[in-house]
Structure formats: C-alpha cells, structure tokens
Design a protein around this ligand. Structure first.
Ligand SMILES: Cc1cc2nc3c(=O)[nH]c(=O)nc-3n(C[C@H](O)[C@H](O)[C@H](O)COP(=O)(O)O)c2cc1C
Length: 158
C-alpha cells in the first residue's frame, strides 16, 4: 500500500489544522498516511514514503527553521528521494505576508532532491495557503491537496 507522510511545524496551531485537513484528503483516496510534527521527525523517515507533504508557518517569507533542519539533515541521503512526490502548504498572518514564497522555498528543496511536484490550475496554484486560522476556503484547499497528491501517487505507481 502506498504511504504518505505529512510533516508540519506549528506554534499556534494554524499550520497544524491545515495538516489535519491534508491528511483527510489523503485518507479519502485510501492511502496510508502518517502525520508528524517536525520536532518528532528524523530526516531519514522521509525515505519510507511515496509522498511527502510539508507545511510551515511563514517566518520572514520562508519556512520555519524546524522544517529547514529536516532538509539540511537530508543531505546525508542526498539522491535517495529522487522520484518521490512532494507538496507544500503554508500559513501566514497577512495577505501578501509570504505564504507563496514559503511554499516555493519548500518545493525548491524538494526539486533539488529530484522530487515530483504537481501544480494546481484551479485551486491554490503552488499549494494551500491560510491567513491565520484556516477558514473554509483554506480547509477545502488542504483537503484538495491531499486528494490530488494521493491520486498522483496512484497514477505514477509510487
Ligand atoms: C518568527 C516569526 C516570523 C513571522 N514572519 C511572518 C511573515 O513574514 N509574514 C506573515 O504574514 N506572518 C509572519 N509570521 C506570522 C505567522 O506566519 C502566522 O502567525 C502563522 O499563522 C503561524 O502559524 P502557526 O499557528 O502554525 O504557528 C511570523 C511569525 C513568527 C513567530
């Protein structure tokens, strides 16, 4: 069975709520999914999953240090994530507060690992964004991301 890993960092719970909605979307498609906080995640765990989805609050327009640490630690197995599917989501305080640059920074690291990223022509193009606590729109986008990633895993065969 294909497995997906959703990792998040969240100080005040906004990104955590988004992560839970992403998990809901993945489950809808029948994939096995594990939800983990960044602090409880060893970089090497990424190797066990077909899809890796990472969520971060926007900190000065980029990912939180706890998420960056996982990427930096992943250099010890550089090349081994080649062909896995990746996706990202972010929460910020303000519209124009840097959610999209945060997502693109995460996707950038995933691309350097050789991971496969799917954009979205209808929903949030780079990945779901929320301003503060996720509202109904953001929640829908998170579920949609989970569903789309799971469908892509099944299509590509892991
Ligand atoms: C160190 C730090 C830097 C932040 N930088 C930004 C920023 O650049 N733009 C923004 O809109 N919000 C910024 N914020 C606000 C958070 O991104 C926002 O509150 C987010 O929803 C927190 O997510 P969480 O509840 O998952 O911790 C910052 C917060 C902190 C603590």
């Amino acid at each position: 069975m294909y497995k997906a890993l959703v990792i998040y960092y969240s100080q005040s719970g906004n990104t955590k709520k988004m992560a839970e909605s992403v998990v809901e979307g993945i489950k809808k498609e029948g994939l096995e999914v594990v939800l983990k906080e960044a602090k409880d995640t060893e970089a090497s765990e990424l190797l066990k999953y077909e899809a890796i989805i990472i969520g971060s609050p926007t900190y000065y327009g980029t990912m939180a240090a706890e998420i960056k640490k996982i990427f930096d630690d992943s250099v010890s197995f550089h090349g081994k994530l080649d062909g896995k599917i990746g996706a990202a989501f972010a929460s910020s305080a303000n519209i124009g507060g840097g959610n999209e640059t945060t997502i693109l920074d995460i996707l950038n690291a995933m691309l350097i690992h050789g991971m496969i990223i799917q954009g979205d022509p209808q929903g949030d193009h780079y990945g779901p964004v929320a301003i503060g606590a996720p509202d109904a729109r953001s929640t829908r986008e998170c579920v949609r991301l989970g569903t789309r990633v799971a469908k892509l895993v099944k299509k590509l065969g892991g």
